[in-house]
Ligand binder design. Structure first.
Ligand code: GRF
Length: 204
């Protein structure tokens, strides 16, 4: 059975687009059936509509707590029988309840080599720190901040003359390559989590 994927995005949605494109051209054993956003102006919602994917915006301001907001989102995901939640620039922290409900079924992409440079400015923080190597991490989401089991990492050198914008471009190119791969592995049931470690098995 093909996995039913929900992508959560708050902004531009280039990772969503990369996944849409990958699914069109490759065998992935999953379909994006929902794009969800907490931001009504997210360009990611347009990308979904253009590709005939259900696009849902929910305004969080009507809810007193994150838990109440997430309860509504959980209802939506249950209605849609979602197997996998892919966070792609979702700039809103998930509640513990949400993470527990979808334990080991939420992926995130982070634009640095975790556990370095956690948080919302992974690229700029690495650039300003002066590290010579940074990269991209795809990981499962747990209750901590950018702390779940790591699925794929790819490094990139920071050249001494490059601008932060150039580095951003390099990072995004890597993101668009490795995120679809991690989603593919998940959809083929090839990811085995053992504590903090994730093993990727060969295709059956
Ligand atoms: C990406 O850099 C991702 O690593 C981070 O948020 C950004 C989202 O970009 N979590 P986009 O909306 O997919 O273009």
């Amino acid at each position: 059975m093909k996995k039913r994927i929900a992508v959560f995005a708050s902004g531009f949605g280039s990772n969503l687009q990369a996944l849409i494109d990958y699914i069109k051209g490759n065998d992935l054993n999953g379909d994006i059936v929902l794009v969800f956003s907490n931001n009504k102006d997210a360009y990611a919602l347009n990308r979904a509509r253009k590709n005939k994917i259900k696009a849902v915006f929910m305004d969080s301001s009507g809810y007193n707590t994150r838990k109440q907001y997430d309860t509504k989102i959980i209802e939506l995901l249950e209605d849609e029988k979602i197997d996998l939640v892919v966070l792609a620039g979702y700039m809103f922290l998930l509640s513990q309840e949400f993470v527990r409900k979808f334990k080991n079924k939420i992926l995130n992409i982070h634009p640095a080599l975790l556990p370095s440079f956690k948080g919302t400015h992974g690229i700029k923080d690495a650039y300003e720190y002066g590290v010579k190597v940074t990269g991209v991490t795809v990981h499962f989401v747990d209750e901590g901040l950018d702390s779940g089991p790591i699925i794929i990492q790819q490094s990139v050198d920071i050249d001494q003359n490059e601008s932060v914008e150039e580095l951003e471009e390099k990072i995004h190119r890597i993101e668009h390559k490795i995120y679809p791969l991690a989603v593919k592995y998940f959809c083929e049931d090839r990811l085995k989590i053992n504590g903090k470690k994730v093993k990727i098995s060969n295709k059956k």
